[in-house]
Design a protein around this ligand. Sequence first.
Ligand code: IPE
Ligand code: MG
Length: 229
Amino acid sequence: MDGNGRWAQQRGKQRSAGHQAGVKATRGIVEHCARLRINALTVYAFSSENWQRPEKEVSFLMELFVKAIRSELNKLHENNIRIQFIGELSRFSGGLLDEINAATEKTAHNTGMFLNIAVNYGGRAELVNATRAIAAKVESGELDAASITEETVTSNTWLAACPEPDLFIRTGGEQRLSNYLLWHLAYTELAFTDTLWPDFDGEELDKIIENFSSRQRRFGQTGEQVQSG
Ligand code: IPE
Ligand code: MG
């Protein structure tokens, strides 16, 4: 979800106004994805590198997250959505951590769309974390090192409960992953748009999904193999 700051700047507003507009866009996209019966939606709300922003912006974003979770939780729950937070959550303090835990627990038994919110998330950190968990199991004798497979790694990541992502979308014109879902994106189709996040809506998402549907996903096979398979 990139481009909130530039969206605000273009309108002569503070960056905070861009983040507020970004929350509104997120609400619209979550609703749209739920209507489309998407299995899992993962949004990159705050990276482990975002702490380097001016303190004022960081604290504004933290406040905004708390407020957004608080005001949206009941509706998300009514819509059977399962909320998960992925990232190093221990870095967050009292208020936000309480909201995070409350939202996770309240919706844990829902059976609809997974809404994964990446906060203080880094793809490399996720892999370090998974590696530690696996190493601990080897150390305790629960797991044999030679029997570690890709599935072992996947099941020790923060997205263990979700299917692999089919489609990655980055708004805001930049064409890079910025440490996002590094393990999970191995065979994901990538889409980039210049649209700034606050302007991104269901209509544009539909267009990107339509384009995605026309792509042939070969997973290493030849085009002919895929067609005859
Ligand atoms: C993304 O928008 C939102 C967050 C990181 C929370 P930016 O804040 O990165 O917006 P630009 O890139 O400055 O326009
Ligand atoms: Mg940005």
